[in-house]
Design a protein around this ligand. Structure first.
Ligand code: ARG
Length: 475
């Protein structure tokens, strides 16, 4: 029977019209970024599966150790990420037939005295968190865990770990780019089989996936694609490489001005702005309400309850790290709604900022001279009129400088959104770093952009403050 004959209705698909596949870059040649696009052998397989389901392919790029949870929590329909079936993973998700038998290689420094896996005893091995390499080495050696292999290899080059365990092809790619510093051991550490992960019970989709894999295995699809990516990479390395270390200008050109990388940075900056501005709006709104609730002096039970709630909110937010708050919003609170990641970030940073803004506004309100309130009362104004016409404008003026600080803080803090896969400025730099495998230019560029933006905000604020002071004097 043809694979096209399946009814798509029976397949449990996350979003209608799309087949959502989750993966985890950077993992060349299986999944990696070309500009903003995620490509690679796994994504070619995903494309074939999407064609068979007659759905459009949508790719979600996230951290490797979050993939299985994402699948079981219905954030995607499939995981294709050079993943093998382990007993642990099989408890939560199902796996297709294997599409590739893969060797796990060991990278060491060129001058290392580690000559075979037997020499790894008592050495520190760099692994990607949550991978099979991680669990294999954890039992036998001391490990250092990384969210991606690029950082592990960077640490190997800088002598912080003695070896790195990774997919054979990925290791070969590192050899193409950093072969002057590292080498691959001849003997592999272990072998495994890559499979597609499917949600338990999604049997229709599993059938389609298996039929596609059968077809692809017959066509030797994976090996052909591997060869394709390899020769492309070889060509590029040759073009870029005249065997001498690239100069700064060359590095800038490669890291910023080729393959749409500048766009990646610009789009990242726009996302950073978007998150900062919307979070600040939520933050100021929430902060104002919270401050007023905390300051309220009323015997009314509802007001007392609000006051308690506001105090509780401020102490919880101030007492926990923003990354935790972001994860709780993304993985727990908003997870059932399949909310957009940028929206999750805006909500998390908005709630976080609200607590700090409330303290700023509260001290701004308290700094207003009590005599003015009395004067307002004497003029026959009611409480809310006094608040709006007398207290609020002065409180705002008094707290403008600290509010501006909060704004600056927020711009930088949004870099944490990269943890849930939002491509904001820092993450854009990280993606470029993973493509070029050279850290200097991407890290310095992102730092410089943050600095410029924050500095401009500071200048703008100083200008406003001066204007305010002038208008005070002329009154
Ligand atoms: N094959 C290993 C595993 O199944 C590592 C895969 C890492 N994949 C990735 N896309 N980062 O755990």
């Amino acid at each position: 029977m043809s694979i096209f004959a399946y009814s798509c209705k029976a397949i449990e698909i996350v979003e209608d019209g799309y087949l959502t596949v989750a993966t985890s870059t950077p993992f060349w040649p299986w999944e990696f970024r070309s500009g903003e696009k995620v490509i690679g052998v796994d994504m070619d397989i995903a494309n074939e599966i999407a064609k068979s389901t007659k759905k459009k392919l949508k790719i979600e790029d996230m951290s490797f150790d979050g993939l299985v949870i994402a699948l079981s929590k219905k954030k995607c329909s499939l995981v294709i990420a050079a993943m093998s079936a382990t007993p642990e993973r099989s408890k939560s998700v199902d796996f297709s037939k294997p599409y590739f038998k893969a060797n796990q290689a060991v990278l060491v420094k060129k001058d290392s005295n580690i000559l075979s896996p037997r020499d790894l005893k008592n050495k520190i091995i760099g692994v990607q968190t949550g991978t099979t390499g991680d669990s294999y080495c954890d039992d036998k050696y001391q490990t250092s865990k990384y969210s991606n292999v690029i950082d592990a290899v960077e640490d190997l080059i800088n002598n912080h770990v003695d070896a790195v365990v990774l997919d054979e092809y990925l290791a070969k790619n590192f050899m193409q780019k950093r072969g002057d510093k590292i080498k691959i051991l001849d003997e592999f550490l272990f072998t495994e089989e890559y499979r597609v992960a499917i949600r338990k019970g999604n049997t229709e989709l599993k059938k389609i996936v298996n039929e596609v894999i059968n077809k692809l295995v017959q066509e030797d699809f994976v090996n052909n694609k591997l060869a394709e990516y390899f020769s492309k990479e070889e060509q590029e390395t040759e073009e870029n490489n005249n065997n001498s270390a690239p100069g700064l200008l060359e590095q800038v050109k490669n890291n910023l001005f080729s393959k749409g990388r500048l766009w990646l940075i610009i789009n990242g900056l726009l996302v950073t702005f978007k998150i900062t501005i919307f979070s600040l709006i939520i933050g100021v709104f929430l902060g104002y309400l919270t401050a007023v609730s905390i300051l309220a002096k009323s015997k009314n039970l509802f007001v007392k309850f609000l006051k308690m709630l506001a105090k509780f909110y401020v102490s919880i937010i101030r007492g926990t790290p923003v990354v935790c708050q972001l994860f709780i919003i993304y993985y727990l609170v908003l997870s059932p709604f399949n909310a957009d990641r940028v929206l999750c970030a805006v909500i998390a940073f908005g709630i976080n900022s609200g607590a700090y803004v409330s303290e700023i506004i509260r001290s701004g309100i308290l700094s207003v001279d009590i005599g003015q309130i009395e004067a307002g009362k004497a003029l026959g104004l009611n409480e809310s009129q006094i608040m709006w016409h007398i207290i609020a404008p002065q409180a705002l003026k008094n707290s403008l400088a600290t509010l501006c600080n909060e704004f600056m803080q927020l711009i930088k803090e949004t870099s944490v959104a990269g943890f849930i896969g939002v491509t904001e400025l820092t993450r854009a730099g990280e993606i470029i770093r993973s493509q070029t495998l050279s850290p200097f230019v991407p890290l310095m560029t992102t730092a410089l952009i943050y600095f410029t933006v924050v500095h401009l905000v500071g200048l703008l604020m100083a200008f406003f403050e001066r204007r305010l002071r002038q208008s005070d004097k002329s009154q």
